[in-house]
Design a protein around this ligand. Sequence first.
Ligand code: NDP
Ligand code: MG
Length: 369
Amino acid sequence: MRRILVLGSTGSIGVQALEVIDACPDLVACGLACGTRRHEMQAQARARGIRDTVCAAGGGSLPATDDLAELIDASEPDLVLNGLVGAAGLQPTLATLARGIPVALANKETLVAGGALVAEVQARTGAALIPVDSEHSALFQLLAAVPPERVPAIILTASGGPFRGRTIAELAHVTARDALAHPTWSMGAKITVDSATLMNKGLEVIEAHHLFEVGYERIEVVIHPQSVVHGMIRLDDGSVMAHLGPPDMRVPIGFGLRWPDAPPQHGQMPLTGRTLEFMEPDDQTFRCLGLARAAGLAGGTAPAVLNAANEVAVAAFLDGRIGFLDIAALVASALETVAAGPGNDLEAVLGADRAARAAVDEALVGAAR
Ligand code: NDP
Ligand code: MG
């Protein structure tokens, strides 16, 4: 029996992870954490006889906290599924790996903000990090099939989001409601907006860089509106290997929860009658992809700044306080104003995160005046 602690159990990933766990006789949820929706979490815990829960806003069986170390110790997991959203996921990932416990990681912000910290703790304890993000789950499986020297580049696919093909003028007046209508995936609000700006793919480029130790010049992005091909690798003989699957997060979640054992079975994906398209991303219109690449190349705390600025800007967009194009503008200006430092020191990373949030907050107050 594999005991799984589900962080972010009330979210899109968390709810689907519990579905996968409920359907697998050899998996059991041993603890839950959420941010605010305590009643939903308590109902999840009651239905499964789970004793150890934390709600960051209060009302779990353990004291309210953002520091989930006590929950990890109390619930004694064999694996932690990190389905938290934002940089709040970084310290729980580090605390888990530091205890030698593997992490199934949906929370890509962990690697964006703290990739070097994760590498350091993994080198110390040897604990595994298994990607749950669909593109990275695909790449993880493709890369396991081929010797690394045969792979000149890896390719992430992006749906392009609801605004694919729009011009800057057309994007000036789109609303949060428009952005939340994603064509192929049903996800939490923050990642849905990130998909619309292409910041999600930018964060995923940085995530892939850390997960697979691949240089940025070897990570390509293609738009693929059907979201059926999740990842591809270029081979040295000019061919490309692709991983296809239905746009259903329960597939990569199941893979991550049961790895290195065989994943749970799913129905076969129908293939006939499909058209698969691939096109260049429009990074002039969707600036966040380029901003993320630049922050990744700059290294140190620059990706933590990018990520934190984006979190605050996306929240402001969801509140109707700024326009869609302001998200990229606020992130760009935070990257210019917040000085970057070394990324292998937790205090420096957390300090950069705070400074970026403060810079965007200040810009928002200035704009409202
Ligand atoms: P949601 O917003 O749906 O869920 C986030 C979860 O985190 C909720 O349970 C929320 O609790 C909880 N949470 C937030 N802050 C805290 C905190 N400080 N302490 C404890 N719990 C907290 O997000 P998603 O499930 O969509 O995404 C989760 C992660 O997975 C993100 O990093 C995203 O990028 C990634 N991902 C998601 C995919 C998807 O299909 N949804 C696909 C690929 C990656 P509450 O709601 O109670 O406040
Ligand atoms: Mg993804």
